[in-house]
Design a protein around this ligand. Structure first.
Ligand SMILES: [Zn+2]
Length: 106
């Protein structure tokens, strides 16, 4: 069987456009009460796609502490690992002769 290698990825988006900013000490999020930057003090990972972020507002006149939920929404571009599995499963689903034709055409 021919080996299948994925080309270098050029369309990967590393961070979603959300209200998170990479700071010097920790990820930051805006306070839900005053809008100022807050610090994520603790993260409770519930599973691979869901975490609770325990935050404290940096505004000394506010001091709001709160919990935000961070969850996976959807995939924009599949992982290279997922693409490889999809191709392998599709090839396995083909009859042997068609599979050989597909591999020969690569
Ligand atoms: Zn605040």
């Amino acid at each position: 069987m021919a080996s299948i290698t994925a080309p270098a990825r050029t369309n990967v988006i590393l961070l979603p456009r959300v209200n998170l900013i990479r700071g010097d000490e920790a990820m930051q999020i805006n306070c839900t009460e005053c809008g100022e930057k807050s610090i994520i003090r603790t993260t409770q990972r519930l599973d691979a796609k869901m975490s609770k972020l325990y935050c404290i507002c940096k505004n000394p006149h506010c001091g709001h502490t709160f919990v935000m939920d961070l969850c996976f929404s959807h995939t924009l571009s599949p992982s290279s690992n997922q693409a490889k599995d999809i191709v392998i499963n599709l090839l396995r689903a083909l009859p042997e002769q068609e599979r050989q034709l597909m591999l020969a055409s690569l």
